[in-house]
Each structure stands twice: as structure tokens, then as C-alpha cells.
Design a protein around this ligand. Sequence first.
Ligand code: ADP
Ligand code: MG
Length: 701
Amino acid sequence: QKSSSNGNTSKQVKSTNGSSAEKKYQVPPEIIEQKKMLPVYTAREALLKNFRENSSVIIISETGTGKTTQIPQYLYEDGYTQGGMTIAVTQPRRVAAVSIAKRVSQEMGVELGEKVGYTVRFDDKSSQLTRLKYLTDGMLVREAMIDPMLSKYSVIMLDEAHERTLNTDVLFGLLKSVQNKRKNLVKSNPNGKHKELKIIVMSATLDAELFSKYFNNAPVLYIEGRQFPVQIFYTEEVQKDYVDAALVTVLQIHLNTNKEDRSDEEQHGGDILVFLTGRDEIENLEKLLLERIVRFPSGVKKLLVCPIFSALPQEQQMKVFEKAPAGCRKVILATNIAETSLTINGIRHVVDTGVVKSKIYHSTIGIDSLSVIPISKASAKQRSGRAGREYDGKCYRLYTEDIFNRLEESSIAEIKRSNIANVILQLKTIGIDDVLSFDFLERPPIQTVKKSLELLYCLEALDDKGKLTEVGKKMSMFPLDPMYSKTLIKSVEFECLEEVLIIISMLSVESIFFIPKDKAKEVENIKNIFFSPEGDHITLLNVFREYQKVNGSPQWCYDHFINIKSMVKILNIFEQLVKYCMQSKMEMVSCQSDYERIRKCFITGFFLNVAVLQPDKKYKTMADNKEIQIHPSSFLFNVNPQYILFNELTITSKAFARNILPIEPMWLPEVCPKYYGRSPTVQDKSAQQSIKETTEAFKSN
Ligand code: ADP
Ligand code: MG
């Protein structure tokens, strides 16, 4: 008997005859019951009626009402996939798309990848059979580049619209225009192949007016959720180290629950949810907690630590949804993913650090960085709400009430705080050449548009008239940021495509080495085996090549403290990128060990990310004299080359550059004359004129 890959343990009810037949499973009765208990269930008929009567609908409700998992199923039952049409549900985060698709496939008793599937970058579990498709907003934008009418979809649901990610914002504009075009096509030819497109926008916050107005005053439906009272606690003083404060708070909650609380929790559960900013912090707190847990006196309830972040392998991601075994309490360490995207049952305590990792655009240089910044009041409220979904709960804010009062009301939409070069490139590929005529839900700042156009011009993706070049067209084929896709395309000329493919694959996975407790020294020694003074990229390349030499031996990985799951993922990404290169007919060339080619090639994409050493061992960026430092995780942390190129900037207490390549200053004008020609700005007069005209027109539009 074949075991099913969707983790469905119930027995298969209809056996397959032939490989193309769809598998079906019996849905466990408790899941059928759970579905009926969700608040959205009582709104089912009203929702369907509204969907039939309106081409666009806005839905507002608390997290955990059942929007994301149930409404697509209702639409399916109501016939929206007849004639082979598909329903798409977009998610800002890949973890959410994957885990929700998995859950819905179980609820419907089908094999994941058949009737219910998902598509996220570098991971596609959908097929011809897929009728309910969960996908990241970015992947739907990519689909629109291939099929601008999105003709296979009958309904597109923009979920988590309140997050206002860049891609969701782009989809607003694209879908509105597709909806109009398809409406007109149906009008002129009612029996043609096109059908009308229904758009459903779902949001967890109340400010729906913007969405409704945008879609010609579409109706706004409120679904009442269940929300129990949540008691809020603040710290008396400002916390210096919020990870440490979170550790103390979790232990206090776990060890101090008084008798009354205890019997209440025996009955209703009492799991803890901690909000942190990213993988490093989560793993750090996990380690600290595990150290404490082994020293718990006997008689203390067990504490089960469940991390969740996007780089975590899928099986472990699903663990957060499993009920804690009897006599055991779960503590979930999560990123913002648990704020509104995922609903985890059983939470009674929320620990809110008050911070989030967010993309920040530095419009003077024109690059993005990841920064840890304070959350908004709206976020703080969402986070505390997670403690009161099933019973009353408690939220521990690790900041003072005064700090809370001074938080922004709501977060700034990504389009207003990030580089939009990729958006411009995608719009131009879709055929929307005139970016300023694009019907944005909210417009990006003028300075951002200008800088992004400049970047694309320097990357040679746009010509001096602002038209997409051949390079630009090629770049848009890859599911990568423009700086990476440019580097990749140029690597054919620099005769190092194979190496650049490997390096980009390695860079797309967060951590390759795992560092067991008390083994830091050994890990350092091992890392030195791979070390190359020619840069982190080359060091990573060495790791990959050794890994290939030993045929991915698990023992070798283990001996070298290399995360085998990361390596498998990297290999998979590498193979997918190779396919894209073959589609673009790029010649697979290797530079063997002539690494200078690689270092030069990266300048073609990352010419803005260059910094020069200062006497105090810090660096200043060439573009705007900003002070940065090499991140301790870099192999060149103590080497301090004179000129460096970096791939990533993370700003916490300091600005840290990650993934470092030493370069030579004379390479800059040679490799990137457009930027490093005579003066360090855009050189070409006609290009300058074209960018100026575009931005002027944008301003007056
Ligand atoms: P909303 O979109 O309104 O926030 P969802 O549809 O995501 O609500 O969640 C509805 C219910 O489905 C919640 O009770 C949640 O716990 C449950 N659920 C979602 N994903 C899973 C999963 N992977 N395993 C178990 N339960 C899940
Ligand atoms: Mg949802």
C-alpha cells in the first residue's frame, strides 16, 4: 500500500486506476465537525449570494474565522470551477500558502497537488487537476507575465490584503484591468473562451474603504469572529534585550501558573506564542529554552518548543498545528507569520517583543535593507488577539505602555518603503510600458520611481527611452530580483554561468552550517576547510562542489556540520535555475578556478552595493558614504579587504553587510561604465532626460 504524501492517514476510499486518476480519502469526522464550528460557516449562504451578485467583494473578519481555508471550498461547491476553471488564493508568505493548501487538501480528502495545490517560488505542487490553488502573490504576478488575461482563473482571492505587500498591491492593479478586459470580451462574445473574473479581497483589519473604493464601491462584508477578552501586560521598564526578556517571560508563564489558572488550562489548554523577528532569534531562543527545560525540577509540566519560520522544513512547520500531548505545553516561536496568516489553535498566552523585520528602502543609494523596526499599534492588537480566539487569554508586551502609545497606528505599505525596480520590470514585461498610467491602489513615492528607473537603466534592463531591452526581457524570465538576474545573465559573457548559478542557489537558502551547542570551535575549523580569501561566494561554491563530489553523502554533511536539508533544497533550486537558463538558451560555461571572473560578474548586478574600508575597520558605501560593517557570519569578518561588494544589508543596532566579495576599484568603471563612468551618477544624458521626463509626468499625473 502506497502511503500518501499529504500526511493523510485515513484510508484511501477510491482506489486509483491508472496514474492520472485522482486519489480520494475519507475525511475524518472531527475535521467535518471543526469545519461546521467555524464562524464563517453560518455566513456561507450570504457569502455565496453576494459572490453571485457582485464581480468584486471585500471580506473583513478576525483571524481564525475560516476565510482562507473555507471560502475557496464554498466557491468550489458552488460550481465556480466548472469547465476546468481554477480558483486562486494568494498569500504574502510561502509558509502560509504551503501549510494552508495542505490543510485544505486534508479537509477535502484529496491528494495535495491534485485538486488542491500550491505554487511558491522554487516549489510547485499543482497540476492540470488543480482547482483550488494557493500561491504567493509574487507567483501570481509571474503567471500574469505569461498569461496576461489569467484566463484559467474564474475567481482570484487576494488574501491578507491588509498586509499591503508590494506584490499584492501590484495584483490590485493587474486584476482590476484583467477584470475589465474580460468583462468586455464576454460582452462582445458571450460564447467565447473567456469568462468574467471574480475578485475577492480578504483582510483582517477594518479599514476596507480603500479597497472598496478602488473596486468601484464593491460591497464590504463583515464576518463576525469570536474574540474572548485578552488581558494586556506591559513591562515597567524598557527592555534592552528582548530575546532574553522573552525567555524570562516564557519561563514565568510556564512555572508560575497558579492553581486556579492551572485547572483552567488543564481544561482549555494554555499554549504560548512568542513573536520574534527571524530565524536567528528563533533558534537562539529555542536553544536557551532547551537548556532550561532539561533543568526543570521533576513534577513540572513538559514544555515543547515549536519554531516556525519560512526556511524551516515542511514537516516541522506542520508540527505547530499538532495538539500538545497530554501533560505537555507547547511554546511556539514564530515570526510575523503567526500574526494573521496562520491560525494556531490552543494559544492562551502571547509574548510580543514589539518588533518585526521589515524591508526598508534607502532612496539615497537606491538599495533595500532588512531592518528590525517597531511594529504598529494595529499589529500589536492583532498579536494580542491571538491569545483570545478560543478562551480568554493574556498578552505580555515586552515594552512599556508609553512605547505602545507612541507606535504608529498602522504599518506603511511596502510600495511606499521599498525599491520597485522589480515591479517596473514586471509591468513592462506584461506590456504596461507606461508605469505612470498604472492604476496603483496607492502610488509609490516619486523618489522611489526615479531611483528604480535609474537602477534598471544601469542594469541595462531599460534603454535610454525607458523601453525594455533584450537583457531586460531575459532578466524578467527569472524568478529573481533584478540585481541577481542581471548577474546571472552576464555570467555567460564572464564565462562563469555554472558557478554563478551555484552561488545564487546557495545564497537563496538561509543557513548552510548548523552549529551544535559547545561545538562552535569545531565548526570554525570545519568552515576553514572551505574558506577562500576570494570571498564568501567562493567559499560557498567550495562547499557545493565538495558536496557534489561526495554525492550528497549524509555522513559527510554531518561530519562537516552542514545542514543536509538546506543542501537538498539548494540542489533543487540549482536544477530549476538551470532549466530557466536552458529555456533562455544560455550557454552553460564554467570558469573552473578563475574566480576573478565571478567577482567581476557580480559587479554587473550589485554595483550599488560596494563599500570601501576606513581606518577604523568600518566601511563606507561608495554610493552615499553610509557607515556599514561586515557581519560576523561572513568568512571575511576579520580579513577586512580594501573594497568589498555585498549582497545584503541587515540593519539591527548597526548596519551589517552580508555575503562579501573583495573587489578591485578599477573593475568598477570597466564592468559598470553606466554607473562608474566619469561621475558616480547616471551618465548618459538622454537616459537622464528620459528618467526625468517619466518622473515629471508621474508627478503631474
Ligand atoms: P482565517 O483565514 O479567517 O484567519 P483560517 O481559514 O486560516 O482562518 O483558519 C480556520 C481554521 O483552520 C483555524 O481554526 C485553524 O486553526 C485551522 N487550520 C488552518 N490550518 C491548519 C492546519 N495546518 N492544521 C490544523 N488546523 C488548521
Ligand atoms: Mg487567513
